[in-house]
Design a protein around this ligand. Structure first.
Ligand code: PDD
Length: 282
């Protein structure tokens, strides 16, 4: 396995960064998770746009131009000989003296890891996931803008820990006003009487690229889709609930806080959207 590390290709064992890297010391950096399907980088432009927007927002200077970054992705995939897989692209503030002033880190670190992906088993897409809502809140709008895909994932990790403790695969995070925001690493959708709903990003959701692809598919095949705030009650009484994300694709939810959703398995609209999504990528 070859890893891109600051312009060089090194083995997994050699791929190390400094303990002074501010990405490590302060979570100062950004990242993207990207899929490779059939040798193609899925939504490459969208991911790079989000990466460069996140960088601009936090005043992080990525030492590669957009097209150099694209080439680095392609070359890392080529060297690893993968047709299908997952890319983790990380840009951290880079090594610098202690102290959180970003001026101490003049050179950002750029890392590209390409791997085989293993997430949910195929049966989970048919039967759906059990989930719970958790007490960890996404603070909007006073905290970090959720549109920035930053290395600060502690909030999400706390959500994951609560999911683990409840013995479920994913959990639902609310924002500080009590509206549903997203999962630990996926966007959430609900379906009620044929209409598809997802929280607007101002509710604390990442502007997910899979989310955008699903909204587009809904519009194309004639499902009404609305970006509207909703509460846990709306989730409990929904006909269908599903998550979307680069790693998870479109995964149904069969239970939320012990309330069975619909028939307790992937519903017809979720199943159709997963099919349509896989038609696009495969
Ligand atoms: N997840 N929300 C959060 C908090 C996320 O971390 C992610 C991505 C999403 C879905 O966004 P997208 O569709 O652009 O992947 C929503 C990880 C990194 C992943 O799925 O790869």
């Amino acid at each position: 396995q070859w890893i891109y590390l600051n312009g060089e290709y090194v083995t997994k064992e050699e791929a190390t960064v400094s303990v002074y890297d501010h990405g490590f010391l302060y979570g100062d950096g950004i990242f993207e998770g990207i899929r490779i399907y059939n040798g193609n980088i899925f939504k490459c432009k969208e991911h790079l746009d989000r990466l460069y927007d996140s960088a601009k927002s936090i005043m992080l200077n990525i030492p590669l131009t957009y097209s150099e970054m694209e080439q680095a992705l392609v070359e890392t995939i080529r060297r690893n000989g993968l047709k299908d897989g997952y890319i983790r692209l990380v840009v951290s503030r880079g090594p610098g003296d202690l102290g959180l002033d970003p001026r101490r880190s003049p050179k950002a670190s750029v890392i590209i890891i390409v791997e085989q992906l293993s997430i949910y088993p195929e049966e989970a897409y048919i039967h759906g996931l059990k989930t719970v809502s958790v007490s960890t809140r996404r603070n909007v709008p006073d905290a970090l803008n959720p549109k920035i895909k930053s290395l600060n994932y502690l909030n999400n990790i706390l959500v994951k820990i609560q999911a683990n403790l409840a013995g479920v695969g994913e959990a639902i995070m609310l924002n500080s006003q009590g509206y549903v925001a997203e999962g630990s690493s996926d966007n959430i959708f609900i379906v009620k009487r044929g209409t598809v709903f997802t929280p607007p990003c101002y509710c604390g959701a990442l502007e997910g690229i899979t989310r955008a692809a699903i909204i587009e598919i809904c519009q194309k095949i004639g499902y009404t889709v609305k970006e509207e705030p909703f509460t846990l009650h709306d989730v409990y009484v929904a006909d269908e609930v599903f998550f979307t994300g680069t790693a998870a694709e479109v995964i149904a939810v069969r239970e939320v806080d012990a309330r069975i959703i619909g028939e307790g398995k992937a519903g017809p609209i979720t199943t159709r959207l997963l099919q349509e999504f896989r038609n696009i990528v495969e």
